[in-house]
Design a protein around this ligand. Sequence first.
Ligand SMILES: NC(=O)c1ccc[n+]([C@@H]2O[C@H](COP(=O)([O-])OP(=O)(O)OC[C@H]3O[C@@H](n4cnc5c(N)ncnc54)[C@H](OP(=O)(O)O)[C@@H]3O)[C@@H](O)[C@H]2O)c1
Length: 254
Amino acid sequence: MESKSKIALVTGGSRGLGKDMALRLAQKGIDIILTYNTRAEEAQNVVAQIEQAGQKAVALQLNTANVKSFDLFREQFKALLSGKFNTDHFDFLINNAGFGRNAPIEDFTEEMFDELMNVHFKGVYFLTQKMMALLNDGGGIVNISSGLTRVSFKGSSAYASMKGAVEVFTRYLAKELGPRGIRANIVAPGAVATDFNDGHIRKSEQLTQLVSSITALGRVGMAEDIGGVVAFLCTDDARWVTAQRIEVSGGMLI
Ligand SMILES: NC(=O)c1ccc[n+]([C@@H]2O[C@H](COP(=O)([O-])OP(=O)(O)OC[C@H]3O[C@@H](n4cnc5c(N)ncnc54)[C@H](OP(=O)(O)O)[C@@H]3O)[C@@H](O)[C@H]2O)c1
């Protein structure tokens, strides 16, 4: 029987923001293929939650730093589309996977820079390149950036620069894929209490207070504050929204 649901690929869907995105997309009736890097069990738990909610879901392993693995990933993905979803295309690509690495500019090593670059810009660029032919016309791409492209915090120079590159790339995607009716947007979260950066916000009372004090809504973000915005961008209500950056920060440093 043919699946009538749309399908979203969410990278880094095993925990944190990606998990919430996957759950919220599923609530909108979208089937989910999520990826994880190391946490297979947590990814399977997300799959189980989505299945309980009545949508199809599958987890695939993918290290988005390893661009050379993307051809093989695409073949696995295509086999999954035809085997489990009875289609050869999908609808939404959510480039979310990522990790934090902070240091002052003078201490940032080339190795640290390359690790960040591979995941946060090179991986996003080439995964999108490899997958975009499989997107249905009329589909969408959401790239996850950060509030740190608008405001500056010491130590985030490399990370924020790469997120800035993703924002520029997103506008080019919107331009080049617009003729296919494919929209490309950016969601830029503020500080969110996840495992990100070794859970630095969650673990530090001082940081939590600081972020709360510079945020209009007076607290740090939670993963559950973000996914619904990504899900909205994957609905028909957002059909005229493309090339936009939506900051989801509770009004951080406005
Ligand atoms: N939290 C914040 O304050 C914040 C603010 C702005 C933007 N962001 C952005 O939001 C995104 C998600 O962050 P988060 O807070 O949800 O972080 P998180 O809780 O640490 O989760 C990170 C997710 O990314 C996956 N991942 C990490 N490195 C990967 C790699 N090399 N290849 C493939 N997957 C990888 C992880 O997979 P495993 O579970 O398998 O390890 C996990 O699913 C990132 O792009 C981050 O830059 C976060």
